[in-house]
Write a protein that binds this ligand. Sequence first.
Ligand SMILES: NC(=O)c1ccc[n+]([C@@H]2O[C@H](COP(=O)([O-])OP(=O)(O)OC[C@H]3O[C@@H](n4cnc5c(N)ncnc54)[C@H](O)[C@@H]3O)[C@@H](O)[C@H]2O)c1
Length: 250
Amino acid sequence: MKEEQSRQVVGVTGGGQGIGRAVAQSFAERGADVVVFDLEAQRQKAEETVRLVCAAGGQGAFIPLDVTATDQIGAAVEAGARAFGPFSVWINNAGVISRKAALEVQESDWDPVVDVCLKGTFFCAQAAARQMRTSGGGSIINMASVFGLTGGANRAAYAASKGGIVNLTRALAVEWFAYGIRVNAVAPTFVRTPLTDQLLTKGLDVPNMSFGERFATLDQVCAAIHFLASDGADAVTGHTLPVDLGWTAH
Ligand SMILES: NC(=O)c1ccc[n+]([C@@H]2O[C@H](COP(=O)([O-])OP(=O)(O)OC[C@H]3O[C@@H](n4cnc5c(N)ncnc54)[C@H](O)[C@@H]3O)[C@@H](O)[C@H]2O)c1
């Protein structure tokens, strides 16, 4: 049997609410220390996540970071490492969506989605990997989506970004394997969060879907992330794990 896993130091972007908050809390429940990165405008919610992390038995800190501010990412990651030590797990969770018919999409619809989801994921991964390379390795987990693996109407920028994350995950895994850094992704179906609540009020626009069968739980997404972050996944890198109730198997 393997020795028990050593204490994890986890960074999660977009940790102020939704999946990011659940991930932060669930790592703390497993004894990890967690740094929550989110927008300054989300301070109150991010500090609530930190409170939940501490209540779950971990140490927690909030560091304001807009993942599209690429000149600030390196300093934010270093500040995070000063709090609890170098990161062993980094989760690129921050994301936004915009829904519009592709024929109507403007640059002003496209850019924010691609900037947060894809550019933010890359530059945060780069900063985390620079640190992990000097500290002996780690696990980076990117937040893709079923829409990174299938098409979907009215979400061209989102689907392009999430599809980009799937292949970015492969590219980084190949390049950083030599440094002991594994890079994987999860691709959830719909999960109840403030993001989907907002979409649900406008009506989800996925053909042939029965909502009851299409929602995964926060716990199910967290479980997939824990596996990818664990020593048990030592041989797993470059992959995207769907948490989708079989959606993409069809
Ligand atoms: N909820 C779902 O059904 C679902 C399904 C598949 C994938 N995802 C993905 O999971 C991730 C989290 O989704 P969620 O439903 O929890 O969303 P959410 O909107 O509830 O939370 C997203 C968090 O990201 C933060 N964020 C947004 N822009 C940011 C930026 N520029 N810099 C830093 N933080 C920023 C927000 O402040 C917020 O705290 C996203 O990447 C989303 O695409 C969600």
